[in-house]
Design a protein around this ligand. Structure first.
Ligand code: UDP
Length: 242
């Protein structure tokens, strides 16, 4: 099945709604135990990919790149290839954990520091008492560490959520993807921190107003450089267009 895409600065985003994503792509592949690799890309990731050709090559190895961040949706509109809807990685992860619990599919959680990960697992067990947790491991290891790869493999997880931040999470997935026989692989950035309660996600009203970035900036002012990247991204999109 060929799906619509929107191209932004050399990154080809899947342009479909969530229902099609889940029912048309993710669930059937899970049922058939086919591998799938998702990148959820925000403006920072697009900018990073344009600064580092190696990273761009890694991102482009994903089976599907999802539009995370309202900056991507806005950019697609400016470029006259409007993206239907924003599909944040955080929401895909939480949705898929719920699905895994219903369908008795196993999840592996790789990333974050040990304390956050412990808190995250505790919280996930409270929220999803029937979830099969295939395994988990903190995110501070060498990307070539074979023990970590073996642990994920032996867990036979159906879904592997990788929270090492970008570019590390995509680098880890691409480095080892070939050696897996099955599994959905997705980089989820700081999502474990959010569920563990270390970082708060913006309230719904802020998200609706496309101000999630501002909420993040107020929570973590040391990230101001990243926000500049978002403005730089919008500027580049705008001058290409006009
Ligand atoms: N992280 C990790 N290993 C590392 C670097 C970061 O596990 O070597 C974790 C970090 O603890 C956090 C997550 O990666 O839980 C995401 O970090 P960040 O918020 O910087 O990423 P972003 O969401 O911006 O991609």
């Amino acid at each position: 099945m060929l799906y619509n895409h929107a191209e932004i600065m050399g990154i080809s985003f899947l342009n479909i709604d969530r229902e099609v994503l889940y029912n048309g792509i993710i669930y059937p592949k899970l049922r058939q135990q086919q591998k799938q690799f998702f990148v959820t890309a925000n403006p920072e990731i697009v900018m990073l990919a344009n600064e580092q050709p190696n990273y761009k090559a890694i991102v482009n190895q994903a089976d599907y790149i999802l539009p995370d961040g309202s900056g991507i949706v806005l950019a697609s509109k400016i470029m006259r290839q409007p993206i239907e809807e924003r599909i944040p990685g955080f929401e895909v992860m939480t949705h898929l954990i719920g699905y895994a619990e219903e369908e008795e599919l196993g999840c592996y959680f790789l990333g974050a520091d040990e304390l956050v990960l412990e808190e995250f697992i505790k919280r996930i067990k409270q929220l999803h008492p029937n979830l099969v947790i295939s395994g988990y491991h903190h995110g501070f290891f060498d990307l070539d560490d074979q023990q970590v790869v073996d642990d994920v493999k032996q867990s036979k997880a159906d879904m592997v959520f990788v929270a090492l931040g970008s570019p590390r999470q995509e680098q880890w997935i691409v480095k080892h993807y070939e050696s897996f026989n099955k599994g959905l692989f997705m980089g989820v950035g700081g999502s474990f921190d959010v569920i563990a309660g270390k970082v708060k996600r913006a309230p719904k009203g802020w998200i609706k107003l496309n101000l999630e970035w501002l909420y993040r900036l107020l929570q973590q002012p040391f990230r101001w450089k990243r926000i500049l990247k978002v403005f730089h991204f919008m500027f580049r999109v705008a001058i290409k267009r006009y």
